[in-house]
Ligand binder design. Structure first.
Ligand code: MN
Ligand code: MN
Length: 453
């Protein structure tokens, strides 16, 4: 059959279309959605803060059951008309982001500066954390078992913290002469937290003064740091980026962008034919281990709780085997300054919508659960039918590097699962960039998946 050409375009060829083009006329919706997203990113910098923010939203919606796992992971459930035994729909995303954690014994004094030792969490480029304002977010469990929340450094009226960097005048041998991974050392990521001496003290005058301040403000003593989760994160609010305000710049968009899109889609969905769970997990950035990570049995526990509530007799393993899922995670966008790490026909582009990734992994797809053709076909059909901007993308050239997501841990249950999330620039940096239209397309995609019968 001869091919008809429209505007000189071959209709048989796959020509990606910009999300801005596909969603013309909906700019006000896209901007309004981004404004809410920016507020969320500005208020929420840790997995604990994400859980309490989302749980609070969920409590206002009588259709949603929220099941909390230790304040660090959360399942939001919405009941569908079909019985659980036929399978459910799941969108999973992670709430943790790369950061610096305080060590168990962090406080010391050097050169009459009070310092806090850190141990980085997740994949960071260490130099990105130097010489910039940082905030402290966390909890401390005191000797008597009571818990204190600490958030300091976000409000401009409060002090912030910083890690100093070597001046360029003296960086020749210590930094410039070295490979980048040797030039920036984890044990030098120490947070400056004070310099005013207690003039009456005999020794550790600055450290002693800080202990006094901490005791006065939070009622804590030095040993309390051993029972604490304290995270050091970039200070400040999320921002619109660009003359045209088309981008969102913020810390923690990997993967709060998918967490945000998933829970807002669950709230907004008109009806869900299948019972739908938005599963928000912790520990992804360090391999998903631990009782709040995707490798834990939390999802089974959620199903037991749900079944009891719905008075349905189920075997969770069978329900999960028959389920369909999206693993929502941010992808790396085609980088205009480093195009050489990408293969341009298979790299996600900013502004081209949600990126559906058939497989992740590295060195010949190792460590990937790879979605089957049938499942890709099903997802693709939904997105095309609803005219939602979408694209595919691999994380970099073959053998360039790579990375994984939580998809493989859920695939172990036997469910079908595929990765889908927006591409980011500067992923894992203190200021990550997303495209507003991609964030909105991700929300539309999750919602369409939830509403599909
Ligand atoms: Mn991620
Ligand atoms: Mn990540």
């Amino acid at each position: 059959m001869p091919t008809k050409r429209t505007n000189g375009k071959n209709p048989l060829a796959n020509k990606p279309r910009s999300g801005w083009d596909m969603l013309q006329g909906r700019e006000a919706r896209i901007d309004a959605y981004a404004r809410e997203y920016i507020r969320f990113l500005s208020e929420v910098k840790t997995e604990r803060e994400a859980v309490s923010f989302i749980r609070d939203r969920a409590s206002r919606d009588k259709n949603i059951l929220a099941i909390d796992n230790r304040g660090k992971a959360l399942a939001l459930c919405r009941t569908g008309s079909r019985p659980l035994e036929g399978g459910i729909r799941i969108v999973v995303a992670h709430l943790d982001s790369p950061r610096l954690d305080l060590k168990a014994n962090p406080l010391y004094e050097d050169t009459e500066l009070a310092m806090l030792k850190t141990h980085y969490y997740g994949g960071i480029k260490k130099y990105q954390w130097l010489a910039r304002p940082l905030a402290i977010h966390g909890v401390v469990v005191k000797g008597d078992g009571t818990m204190v929340d600490i958030v300091i450094g976000e409000d401009e009226a409060e002090p912030c913290f910083t890690i100093e960097d070597l001046l360029p005048h003296l960086a020749g041998k210590a930094q410039y002469g070295k490979k980048i991974e040797d030039a920036f050392v984890a044990e030098k990521l120490n947070l400056i937290c004070g310099s005013r001496p207690d003039l009456k003290a005999k020794d550790e005058k600055v450290k002693g003064q800080i202990l006094t301040l901490l005791n006065r403000k939070y009622g804590i003593v030095e040993q309390d740091f051993t029972s604490a989760d304290i995270e050091v994160v970039p200070a400040g609010r999320a921002r619109e980026v660009g003359f045209d305000r088309s981008l969102v710049g913020a810390y923690g968009q990997d993967d709060r962008v998918c967490s945000w899109a998933a829970f807002s889609a669950l709230f907004a969905a008109r009806k869900v034919p299948y019972t739908t769970i938005v599963l928000l997990v912790d520990k992804e950035e360090i391999g998903s281990d631990g009782n709040t990570g995707a490798k834990s049995i939390f999802l089974e526990e959620v199903l037991w709780t749900l079944a009891a509530r719905l008075k349905q007799d189920i075997r969770p393993a069978r329900v999960l085997y028959r389920s369909r899922a999206i693993s929502g995670d941010a992808n790396g966008a085609l980088d205009p300054d480093y195009p050489e790490v990408h293969e341009k026909n298979n790299a996600a582009r900013m502004g081209y919508g949600v990126c559906v990734t058939k497989f992740t992994g590295s060195r010949g797809k190792a460590g990937s659960s790879e979605a089957h053709a049938e499942y890709m076909g099903w997802i693709r059909n939904i997105l095309n039918r609803k005219e939602i901007p979408w694209q595919t993308g691999e994380l970099g050239k073959v053998d360039e590097g790579g990375g994984g997501t939580v998809a493989k841990f859920l695939a172990e249950y036997g469910m079908d699962i595929v990765d889908a999330g927006p591409p980011l620039l500067s992923m894992h940096a203190p200021f990550e960039l997303s495209s507003k239209v991609d964030v909105y397309a991700t929300y539309l995609a999750y919602r369409a998946f939830m509403e599909e019968s």
